[in-house]
Every structure is written in C-alpha cells, then in structure tokens.
Design a binder for this molecule. Structure first.
Ligand code: IPE
Length: 255
C-alpha cells in the first residue's frame, strides 16, 4: 500500500465563483472524478465550497457572528456540492464517501481544536475514498466559524501522517506579481516572496492563495510533508499529480 495522499480541489474549479447564486460546473466535476479513477489508492479528497459556501458565508457574516439560519443554509448548500462530487466519483467507479466537517470537527477561534479522524483511517483500510469539504463548523469561542479545505488538508495530513498533499487551484501554481509560476517555496524563501504572492480576487472568506501557501509552508517546516499547488482546471494535471509527476509549485523543506 502506498502512503496517504491528500488532494484538495478548489471550489473555483468545481463551481462558478463569479455567480451570485450557487452554481456547479458538472463537466469539471465529472472530468475530475474520471482523473481520480486512474489512481486513488490511499487517497483523501477535500473539496472547496466555491459559490455553494462563500456566498452564504458572506451574506450571513458567518466569520463574524453566530447566525442559525446562515449556519443551516451554508451547511446544507456545501453538502449538496459534496453530494454531486460523490455521485460523479461513483459514476467513474471511485468509492467516494462523504465526511462532513460540521459533524466531526470543533474549532477554537477559527482553528481546528478537535477532529475525529479514526473512521477516516478505517475508510482507507477498506479502500474507500473519504471526501471532506470546506464547511461551517461549531467554534468554542465564536459559536460558529468557517473551516476552509486548506486548513482541513494540513490538519489531516499531519494527524494521519500523509506522504504528500496536492492543491488543485485555478492558476498554474503560486504566481508572483508578474504572473509567473514560482517553481518551489521553502520555509526560508517564503518570508522573502510572500509579499509578491497574488491573492484570490473573488468573494473569499478563508484567505485566498496566501492563506493556502502559509498553511503548507508551516507543514513542510514542522513535519516535512511536501505539497504541490497546481492548475486543476487543466485536464490531465490531477492524474499527473496522483501518478507522482511534479507540476506547478512545489512546497518543501530546505533540505
Ligand atoms: C470554504 O471552504 C467553506 C465555506 C465558505 C463554507 P474553502 O475555503 O475550502 O473553499 P474554496 O476552495 O475557497 O471555494
């Protein structure tokens, strides 16, 4: 059995982020499911919320205050997107199973305080593909907060001792201020280049590109897990990543 791979697909790939209502991109969802069908051994999949999450999170100001209606509306909406992903995986022959962070996770001031993951290990042992997603989650300090897929991948990769992480975004990798892909980032170079990293332009309540890179650099630094940020909108890239081909920006330790 190969080591654990954690793959996040950004919400901007599987939904229309410029839409004012939740809008899925079924062709992209199906293509991604077919690419995953090529190799999904020991794979944990995490997808973003895109327009199914960010619109309601912003509308109800869920990162600032507790709101019952907003909580339920947002969670139900991201669950719908998760269901689409599960169905597409199933049609492609991949045994994806839903794991909703709202039900297995607790935040403290926006950061994961506890997340039950023992069942995820058993799912992997049974050759299932757990599919998590960005979600609204209970928070001991704030009541509720938004948990991004980016925070999930670093937490879960660390806790379950993953080998590698892939972040499928809508750019070729991490871009500098001239729009050129930065080939590699290490904890040493991050401080020098962080000011050149371009953020996300759409409605984003969870930090955009800089937030992603920060989480992954910390992970490389503390537990030596490598990651790749690449363009998941380009057909074939997800397959390449899963097959171990280096694409996009490689985030690793200095040694
Ligand atoms: C956000 O998740 C979750 C909600 C807004 C409910 P992500 O931060 O992982 O989603 P994307 O990838 O930016 O769409």
């Amino acid at each position: 059995m190969t080591g654990i791979t954690v793959l996040k697909i950004g919400g901007s790939i599987i939904t229309d982020r410029s839409s004012h209502i939740p809008k899925a991109l079924p062709d992209q969802i199906n293509r991604i499911a077919e690419e995953i069908a090529g190799s999904y051994d020991n794979l944990i999949l995490v997808h973003g919320a895109g327009s199914f999450g960010h619109i309601f999170a912003k509308q109800f100001r869920l990162t600032e205050r507790f709101d019952t209606r907003g909580l339920i509306k947002t969670h139900c909406s991201v669950k719908k997107l998760n269901n689409m992903m599960i169905n597409a995986l199933s049609s492609a022959g991949v045994p994806g199973v839903p794991v909703h962070p709202f039900g297995n996770c607790l935040l403290e001031n926006g950061r994961i305080n506890e997340m039950f993951t023992s069942h995820i290990k058993v799912m992997l042992d049974q050759e299932l593909v757990p599919v998590l997603h960005g979600d609204v989650v209970m928070d001991t300090v704030k009541g509720i907060d938004i948990l991004s897929g980016d925070q999930i991948i670093s937490y879960i990769a660390d806790k379950l001792g993953a080998d590698k992480i892939g972040v499928g975004s809508n750019t070729e990798g991490v871009l500098d201020d001239l729009g050129i892909t930065i080939p590699a980032i290490t904890p040493d170079t991050f401080d020098k280049i962080r000011m050149y990293i371009t953020g996300s332009s759409n409605t984003d309540v969870t930090g955009g590109m800089l937030g992603k890179v920060q989480e992954l650099v910390e992970l490389a630094d503390t537990v030596n897990i490598e990651s790749w940020i690449f363009n998941a909108a380009t057909p074939g890239n997800i397959r390449k990543f899963l097959e171990g081909i280096s694409i996009g920006t490689h985030i690793r330790t200095d040694t």
